[in-house]
Write a protein that binds this ligand. Structure first.
Ligand code: SF4
Length: 402
């Protein structure tokens, strides 16, 4: 294998990892001879499962538990589907985390309302617009507006104004994804009319019992309302995305398999999912003894991405930043086995360390320029190319519309 300059630069950046690890990763993904090998699981080989037209809960739960050579088979299949249906391109979504003030209290989240140790911030409008301008001038083509969840009039009006201003500053050329939680149908419609065209609302877990275990028991954290919101977004015409956390306390492989089937049955257009990483200032931290080892959460997240790519061939799947919090090459690995979207952080550096939903969040003190340069090298390393200047909308959404 030939190592080009960019690969060597990345390897140099992460000296704590051996070169052999990366070479092994590269080789492992491209080992087509593995197709000749059979691995028996409950009388059905992984290869048998991967050849089925329809996967059921049991099949998916089996795939999610693969490791070693079985996992390589899964990854090889996911990569094959990825290259056939969405290709090598990776699309940027410049992430603007414009406030960490949140009205909610999810038990797993570091910026939950009751965490008094967080330094709260709001970016000024002009800072949000500067971040959007950076994304526009650097040809990212799309941004994501994200913040803690609020639905008061002041907040809703402000987002509406920002959407319009971002459209004006970019001559209508910047695509806008919104990730601002549960809102009324009227608010979703208003923001859509003002320029947002994609919305990411993670279900976190499609198992209502588990959902209720990781959220307070009140109207503001109601599972049914979250599902209602997803339906509302789809009906209005957003490209609708959801996702889950992988490796929550009490979560089972069957839960995760049903999460993927929930996404398939809902017919989502986009997905953003990542490993659950505990935050010591949250109530769920006290259940950390029940967690899978962090390496398992990482590995199963990659399996989730790979299986989802096989299940939903033409949707957009994000390589979550949380993967990189566990493994320096986490996002690159995801891009190789199904993910095709990445979210460079364009939030002013000063505030990044205050938007910590989980701990050890990477790139918290890098400027937007640094992030951009680092990411383009990483994407090249993963044998993918950046779709500069392209919205990179979900092909699944486009195909459904046609
Ligand atoms: S997960 Fe979202 S809604 Fe829940 S507390 Fe964190 S920022 Fe707020």
């Amino acid at each position: 294998m030939v190592l080009d300059a960019s690969i060597l630069l990345i390897l140099h950046t992460y000296q704590d990892e051996s070169i052999e690890v990366y070479i092994d990763f590269y080789n492992s993904i491209t080992l087509t001879c593995l197709c000749l090998v059979s691995f028996k699981t409950n009388n059905m080989t992984i290869q048998d499962i991967l050849q089925k037209e329809e996967l059921d809960t049991k099949d998916i739960a089996t795939l999610l538990q693969t490791e070693g050579d079985e996992q390589k088979l899964l990854f090889a299949k996911a990569q094959e589907v990825q290259l056939e249906y969405v290709g090598r391109k990776v699309f940027y979504r410049g992430l603007v985390e414009f406030s960490n003030v949140c009205a909610k209290n999810c038990f797993y989240c570091g910026i939950r309302k009751d965490n008094k140790e967080v330094v709260r911030y709001h970016l000024e409008d002009k800072q949000v617009l500067e971040a959007a301008r950076f994304a526009y001038e650097n040809n990212y083509a799309s941004i994501v507006l994200q913040a803690g969840e609020r639905s008061d009039d002041f907040f809703v009006d402000r987002v509406d104004r920002l959407l319009k201003d971002i459209k004006v500053l970019s001559n209508g050329e910047l695509g806008i994804t919104v990730s601002l939680g549960e809102q009324s149908d009227q608010t979703y419609q208003r923001w859509f009319d003002s320029g947002a065209h994609r919305y990411l609302l993670r279900i976190e877990s499609s198992n209502k019992v588990l959902y209720n275990q990781i959220h307070p028991d009140n109207d503001a954290h109601d599972f049914e309302n979250r599902v209602r919101c997803l339906h509302s977004l789809k009906k209005i015409g957003y490209q609708t995305g959801t996702g889950v956390m992988v490796g929550l306390p009490w979560q089972t492989y069957d839960d995760l398999a049903r999460d993927l089937l929930f996404m398939r049955d809902f017919d989502i257009d986009m997905c953003g999912m990542g490993p659950y990483i505990e935050h010591h200032q949250t109530p769920l931290f006290q259940n950390r003894a029940q967690l899978w080892p962090i390496e398992t959460r990482f590995s199963v997240t990659l399996n989730m991405i790979a299986v989802l790519r096989i299940l939903m061939k033409d949707i957009n799947i994000a390589a979550a930043t949380a993967l990189q919090a566990i493994d320096p090459m986490g996002r690159e690995k995801a891009l190789r086995i199904g993910a095709n979207v990445i979210m460079p952080n364009v939030t002013p550096t000063l505030h990044r360390k205050d938007y910590l939903l989980y701990e050890n969040k990477p790139c918290a003190d890098e400027g937007a320029e640094d992030c951009s340069n680092c990411l383009s090298m990483r994407i090249e390393l993963a044998d993918r190319e950046v779709g500069y200047g392209e919205w990179g909308d979900s092909k699944h959404f486009m195909n459904r519309k046609d």
